[in-house]
Design a protein around this ligand. Structure first.
Ligand code: A2P
Length: 331
């Protein structure tokens, strides 16, 4: 049994941590909830019991003997507090982008590269939500055929922008101006997630490119990305165009994906069967459909990949990482 802390417990992903820990009957001895000073003193429920939310500060961390700290409180909080939790003996699993590209920090999707957890130094990074769901089918393709190039186009839900993102969509449907996004998201699409970089890409696009290379252990993999926020409450969708190194039969891709842990093939267009965000929300697996050859290039493949960005894209993957650590004695 383990002492578990949730940092950012009052947030969108924080609450999902609680739900998933309960669902999976995670072996918790003591549970500690942290957020900002704003919500200190409020209560959240876990397994029918009320838990107090504490301010995130060293004083409140040091005597708790925390084994695992699940973080989802933004990059600045992670940068400041992950090393502090770690210095008191906790293994931090962080949802923010703060540590992902640090060479000493494993960046892990639980079914894809669990072995990278073996040599952690107390901080582990959960990849970006849009990267996580792409990795599950791409790793299977990489291992069997090799990958030459990937083109990502994403259709990302507002829940990925936290409580404020959800509020912007809900308020926007009633004509209220947005607070989180620069333009209304209701009835709109914004080709803009995270900040713009000097090269014209957004940081979200850069994250997908760099994180994919790190997780698949190929620094030179050719990847491009366009990430778009759409007026969907929850679950990200992605069109992924892949150029494989070797020829394939489309039936073999179906078989490969059917045998890939964490992936559900949901594809039968004659019955109009393809994954949608509404269908996939609340599910653990990554869903893949519209599996078809790209006839415009040699060894080209098109996929439509949908996953619950708050579950597999965030809280679930972090909890699965904790389970891998426990099951392998890697804590
Ligand atoms: P709080 O509710 O006290 O603001 P979301 O991304 O869904 O908006 O959630 C962000 C989470 O991060 C919330 O739990 C929020 O707590 C927490 N948080 C924000 N700033 C800090 C901070 N400086 N220290 C600790 N937690 C923070």
């Amino acid at each position: 049994m383990y002492n578990v802390a949730i940092v950012g417990s009052t947030g969108n992903v924080g609450r999902k941590f609680l739900e998933i820990l309960e669902e999976r009957n995670f072996p918790i001895k003591n549970l500690y909830l942290f957020a900002s000073q704003r919500s200190a003193g409020s209560y959240l429920e876990f397994k029918g019991q009320k838990y107090i939310v504490e301010n995130t500060c060293e004083e409140n961390i040091k005597n708790k003997k925390i084994d695992i700290a699940l973080f989802s409180a933004g990059g600045d909080t992670s940068l400041k507090f992950a090393p502090i939790f770690s210095s008191y003996g906790a293994v931090v699993i962080d949802n923010s982008s703060a540590w992902r590209m640090d060479k000493n920090v494993p960046l892990v999707v639980s079914e894809v590269n669990p072995e990278d957890l073996k040599n952690h130094n107390g901080i582990i990074a959960n990849p970006n939500c849009s990267t996580i769901q792409a990795m599950v089918p791409l790793k299977a393709l990489l291992d069997k055929y090799g990958i030459k190039r990937v083109v990502y186009s994403t259709y990302q839900a507002v829940s990925g922008a936290g409580m404020q993102g959800i509020a912007d969509l809900e308020d926007g449907l009633n004509g209220v101006a947005p607070k989180k996004f620069p333009y209304p998201i209701a009835g709109n699409c914004l080709p803009h997630i995270d900040v713009f970089l000097d090269n014209g890409y957004t940081k979200e696009e850069e994250k997908m490119i760099n994180e994919t290379r790190k997780i698949l252990h190929d620094e030179n993999l050719r990847i491009t990305a366009t990430t778009v926020r759409v007026p969907v409450l929850n679950s990200h969708s992605e069109s992924i165009n892949v150029e494989l190194n070797n020829p394939f039969e489309i039936e073999d891709i179906f078989t490969l994906f059917e045998n890939t842990p964490g992936l559900t093939v949901y594809d039968n267009v004659s019955e109009l069967k393809y994954p949608t965000p509404l269908e996939v929300s609340g599910k653990d697996d990554v869903y893949v459909g519209r599996i078809r050859r790209d006839f415009s290039i040699d060894n080209g493949l098109n996929l439509w990949v949908v996953a619950d960005n708050i579950r597999k894209g965030a809280a679930l993957n972090a909890v699965q990482i904790a389970e891998v650590l426990i099951n392998n004695n890697w804590l």
